[in-house]
Design a protein around this ligand. Structure first.
Ligand code: ZN
Length: 310
């Protein structure tokens, strides 16, 4: 199983206001900011990483807060729901919490035999809290929310597509997932290579318009591999399937490859190594602005451009 895709690594989305985004994810959802850095391709913009204590792959939600970027909207060719796993019995707590913080949310519903609560972040990004039907023994980060309610990391990602078949083929033939369940036009795929963050849901919506990527929408979905040797094995496999894939890119905290899957969603493969403690000790993760070495010389300029968070 070691040389397989190990479920989700991280999910990256777009926000407008940096401070509002930072406050929502750390104070309302109670995630840990595990890295505060900049967009390596656009160093005047932050790149925030929120996760569990260590930023374990499968827990990491990241954002580019692009200031006055316009509002996006979801649609086909896009990841449309990001789901977190929460403990059994905690949805009522989350419902109350969302009421008290004026977080937009829907009634509790059921899908694939699991209870879930859909909500939106301040930019309108669609998220779910899900009580998984299988056990989730991951240890939650509990600085703000107690262990009886805190999120343990990702449950699943949902992609909305005009046609599911070409994307399903990538999941099954290249990534080792299998179809677990189908309800109408909703298809659930799972990998048996890892216990959690192992689900990808596909919704087939042939008549829905394409999404528009801007604030409140997903940017890309990263799948997890153990190390860079396995990453490069996947690169060959994906290129051999006729998909355009980037060379290996050093993202400081992991190594990455990117390709656009046939349904239009930007996929990334990202490694476990070296992880978020490569430039900060565990107890200080996220407390300092960390810059990749090519920008260290421009630190004071970058710090003066980036919005203040406190
Ligand atoms: Zn990424």
């Amino acid at each position: 199983m070691e040389n397989s895709i190990l479920g989700l690594h991280h999910i990256t989305a777009i926000a407008a206001d940096a401070k509002r985004n930072f406050e929502f994810y750390t104070k309302v959802l109670g995630l840990r900011m595990v890295k505060k850095t900049v967009n390596f391709d656009d160093p005047g913009t932050y790149h925030f990483y929120f996760g569990d204590e260590m930023g374990t792959p499968g827990t990491i939600l990241t954002f580019f807060p692009w200031g006055n970027i316009g509002q996006g909207h979801t649609g086909t060719g896009m990841a449309t729901y990001i789901a977190y796993a929460v403990p059994d019995g905690s949805l009522a707590y989350w419902q109350e919490r969302f009421k008290s913080f004026n977080v937009q949310h829907d009634p509790i519903r059921e899908k694939f035999g699991e209870q879930y609560l859909s909500f939106r972040d301040p930019d309108g990004l669609k998220l779910d809290m899900v009580v998984p039907s299988t056990k989730d023994e991951r240890k939650a980060w509990t600085s703000v929310i107690g262990a009886e309610s805190a999120t343990k990391g990702f449950h699943s990602i949902t992609l909305t597509l005009r046609q599911v078949a070409p994307t399903a083929k990538v999941l099954t033939d290249l990534f080792g997932y299998r179809l677990l369940k189908q309800e109408g036009n909703h298809y659930r795929f799972i990998t048996d290579a890892i216990e959690n963050a192992s689900l990808v849901d596909l919704i087939e919506a042939p008549n829905q318009a394409p999404g528009r990527g801007a604030a409140g929408t997903n940017h890309h979905v990263a799948f997890r591999v153990k190390n860079d040797n396995i990453l490069m094995e996947f690169r060959e496999k994906i290129a051999a399937a006729g998909l355009n894939i980037t060379p290996k890119i050093d993202r400081d905290y992991f190594f990455s490859l990117y390709f656009r899957e046939p349904g239009g969603v930007l996929f990334e493969l990202a490694t476990d190594n070296p992880g978020f403690t490569r430039d900060e000790p565990l107890e200080q993760l996220g407390s300092n602005l960390m810059l990749p070495k090519q920008y260290e010389g421009s630190r004071s300029k970058i710090e003066s451009i980036l919005p203040k968070l406190n």
